[in-house]
Design a protein around this ligand. Structure first.
Ligand code: C2E
Ligand code: MG
Ligand code: MG
Length: 755
């Protein structure tokens, strides 16, 4: 068994030599070692003293000892050296072997006695000799240990070595010397647990792995390679890597190898063909791997079949650019295509047209027959539209019931008209959906590039404006974008921009027009009216509201107005002014929002204003389609004490049934009827009938736009309750209008001057 003292001694001696032996020997090695030590002792006793060189290499401590002790120590040291499993040579800077300090004879390229005094580069094969000499010189120059790996062929096979050149301070005939320590690492490199693990990884990898030799011939492949390429190892090992080729591009392979040569690696996609003939996308990485001696190379090829990745990427791309319901291009792809078409038209100096199609009354289909039927109708419609256009035209669904067609290479305007006509005719036959025949028509607007617009956005806006013109013309027809429409579209755009700016800057202002009781001339209410006050010439409120409605800004405008009104009421109340009912105009768009009722309640609460102070004016036209959400909102707000007036009565088409069912308080006779009193007996009759009907329904009547004394007298005679008009007061700023408030406040003159 190992003697621990001997082990300690050994370790110390080796340390003094600047060496370490970190592999614990097994029992057998120890026995051999001790035997050698013994034999060595005997031999040393018979031999003359060791050369000076070794004595120097021994420790200072040893050298300081007296003769006998010194001899014993030197012998012991030699015994230890001889027992080292590694080869240890003392060499000079030219590579000449000065001494074999320790050697396993079977590992030496030549017998030890023939090695001493000779250059390593003479004894070893040329390549190995040169590499060791280079390492040796580097070690001496840098005064640091330098490692070098090399292989040698022996009758029993090739072995791998790791040599270390350790510089010393010793000089022999003026030449610097180094220790050259060599360890056989063949087993370590070839069959360690790490190697086994690497083997397992190689086999289990899902990526195909191929190792090629320096001549690019296959050395080995893993199972994933077989799965991907459908090639067996027998078919490829030892052969050129023909599978690294792009079937569509013969030059790819040459490019690949050129890049590997110049940069050491290549990554890219190849279109490959499986043994079964199937084409597939192959993602490949080729890396250069220097071999053990770093002299020659191997190539490591990693490859994966990216069919699935590409498929899901393609699916995502499809979803992002197509409408799921109809499978048609969506707005995004449509804009891309429109840009492309316009660019081509610019290049070829041709025209292209955009047709904007909107179904007529599609909402009614959804409401009456349900959304599923609506969806099925859109799908059927998409198919019919596809059948109606040319293959070169491009169809898209860009909104609920909005479709677009891009027609390229137009020679004359009639071309497009024919396409529009064909589309409209395709809708003549009813659609049979779930057993029901549904008749639909569409309105189509047409804008042409380059005549009507400069960019895709503008072309789309103008085609949309033309579509609205078709709707106004009675639906089920098409209209071209015209100069007049252009002016209208430009104006719409301009007012929209100003409205947006005003909303952002808080530049929307309100004025208040008094409403008086006819009999007493007492103020009974105020109507809040919107003013768009910016530096540019004013926009009249009717236009402002129309633009807000057309552009979807009406929601934001309505919110801003109500907030301002409630803030004003709160200020009047806290200034001690008597309460007054303020009427606010709300549009249909606001009333059909489910959140509208609760939102108004929040606003009232926040401002601390009771519902009784508020009246909402709803134009008659807003009731044409009577919606549930609207009725819910009215009932909800009614419970808060809010009153309702039906505005511009006589201009819309409200039914008496609606009037009866809705929670109304007031009816406002439109000023167009009031205007012609005393001129048109029909208008007088209408007013009389309206007053009687309203009273019959329990509603108060307000006459709007009263300007003259005659009108006033007539209205008084009909029994009209309230009056709003310039004859008594126009809209005023909040600071001015307060003079009408309160019991002792001003009243309008009983008999105003004649107009
Ligand atoms: P409206 O609700 O019918 O408002 C009454 C309109 O008649 C106001 O026009 C008012 O200035 C005008 N007017 C009052 N007395 C006379 C008169 O004796 N003669 C004449 N010729 N006109 C008179 P305005 O302020 O131009 O408002 C126009 C319309 O814009 C309003 O008609 C209303 O429908 C709408 N509007 C105004 N403010 C708002 C708002 O905040 N929201 C909504 N949705 N609409 C609003
Ligand atoms: Mg009004
Ligand atoms: Mg009105």
């Amino acid at each position: 068994m190992p003697d621990s003292r001997a082990a300690l001694l050994l370790a110390r001696q080796l340390r003094e030599l600047g060496l370490s032996w970190d592999r614990p020997p097994d029992a057998k090695a120890w026995r051999a070692f001790l035997e050698r030590v013994e034999r060595r002792y005997e031999a040393v006793e018979r031999q003359p003293a060791r050369p000076e060189s070794l004595q120097r290499a021994a420790s200072q401590e040893t050298a300081a000892r007296s003769g006998d002790a010194r001899r014993v120590c030197g012998e012991r040291l030699q015994a230890i050296l001889d027992a080292l499993p590694d080869l240890l040579l003392l060499v000079d800077e030219d590579g000449r072997c000065l001494e074999v300090l320790s050697a396993q004879p079977e590992r030496l390229p030549v017998p030890a006695d023939r090695l001493v005094g000779r250059l390593l580069q003479e004894v070893l094969p040329e390549r190995q000799g040169e590499r060791i000499l280079e390492a040796l010189r580097n070690a001496l120059a840098g005064d640091a240990t330098v490692q070098v790996r090399y292989s040698m062929s022996f009758p029993a096979g090739e072995r791998l070595f790791e040599g270390r050149c350790v510089p010393t301070q010793y000089r022999d005939r003026g030449r610097r010397c180094a220790l050259f320590l060599v360890r056989d690492i063949t087993e370590e490199v070839d069959s360690g647990p790490r190697e086994r693990l690497i083997g397992a990884v190689f086999r289990a990898a899902t990526e195909g792995i191929v190792i090629l030799d320096a001549q690019r011939r296959v050395v080995s492949v893993n199972p994933a390679f077989e799965r991907i390429t459908e090639l067996t190892p027998r078919e490829v090992v030892g052969r050129p890597a023909d599978f690294l080729r792009d079937v569509g591009d013969e030059n790819r392979s040459a490019e690949l190898w050129r890049e590997v040569q110049s940069r050491g690696s290549w990554t890219g996609e190849l279109t490959a063909r499986r043994a079964s003939g199937e084409l597939y996308p192959l993602w490949v990485t080729v890396d250069t791997v220097p071999d053990f001696e770093e002299e020659s190379v191997h190539y490591l090829v990693l490859m994966s079949d990216v069919t699935a990745v590409k498929q899901s990427r393609a699916e995502l791309e499809y979803l992002a650019t197509h409408d799921i319901l109809t499978g048609m291009p969506n707005r995004r792809l449509f804009i891309d295509r429109l840009e492309g078409a316009m660019a081509r038209a610019r290049r070829t100096k041709c025209a292209c047209a955009l047709l904007f199609l909107d179904l007529d009354r599609f909402k009614a289909v959804n409401d009456m027959l349900g959304h599923q039927t609506g969806d099925a109708l859109l799908q059927a419609l998409a198919l019919r539209l596809e059948g109606a256009i040319r293959a070169s035209d491009s169809l898209a669904r860009i909104g609920g019931d909005e479709f677009t067609v891009i027609c390229e290479d137009l020679t004359s305007g009639t071309d497009v008209a024919a396409v529009a006509e064909k589309i409209l005719r395709a809708l003549d036959r009813p659609f049979r959906i779930r057993g029901t025949d549904i008749e639909v028509s569409a309105s189509v607007g047409i804008a042409v590039f380059p005549d009507d617009a400069e960019d895709p956005d503008e072309l789309l806006r103008h085609a949309d404006a033309a579509m609205y013109a078709a709707k106004r013309a009675g639906r089920a027809c098409f209209r071209f974008f015209t100069r007049e429409l252009r002016d209208r579209a430009d104006r719409l755009f301009l007012v929209e921009q100003r409205l947006r700016r005003a909303l952002a800057d808080g530049a929307l202002r309100l004025v208040y027009q008094p409403q008086f009781e006819l009999a007493t001339r007492r103020l009974v209410g105020l109507e809040a009216l919107l003013r768009l006050d910016d530096e540019e010439p004013g926009v009249d409120p009717d236009e402002c509201i129309a633009v807000a409605e057309a552009t979807g800004l009406i929601g934001a405008v309505g919110r801003a107005v109500l907030e301002q009104v409630l803030g004003q009421i709160r200020r009047w109340r806290s200034a001690g002014l008597p309460p007054v009912r303020v009427a606010v105009n709300v549009s249909r768009h606001q009333l059909v929002q489910q959140r509208f009722g609760p939102w108004v309640r929040e606003q009232l609460e926040q401002a601390g204003v009771p519902g009784e102070c508020l009246e909402l004016e709803i134009t008659e036209g807003a009731f044409v389609e009577n919606e549930e959400a609207m009725q819910d909102n009215l009932r909800f707000l009614r419970r808060l004490g809010i009153q309702f007036a039906i505005d511009d009565f006589g201009t819309g088409h409200s039914s008496l049934v609606n009037l009866k069912r809705l929670p109304l308080d007031r009816l406002k006779i439109d000023r167009t009827f009031v205007r012609d009193v005393a001129l048109d007996p029909n208008d007088e009759a209408i007013i009389r009938a309206t007053v009687a009907m309203a009273h019959g329904l329990g509603l108060k009547v307000v006459a709007e736009g009263v300007e003259t004394r005659q009108q006033l007298e007539f209205l008084r005679a009909t029994g009209c309750d309230e009056l709003q008009g310039f004859v008594w007061a126009g809209p005023e700023d909040p600071e001015r209008v307060v003079r009408w408030l309160g019991p002792g406040a001003a009243r309008p003159a009983e008999t105003p001057p004649d107009a």
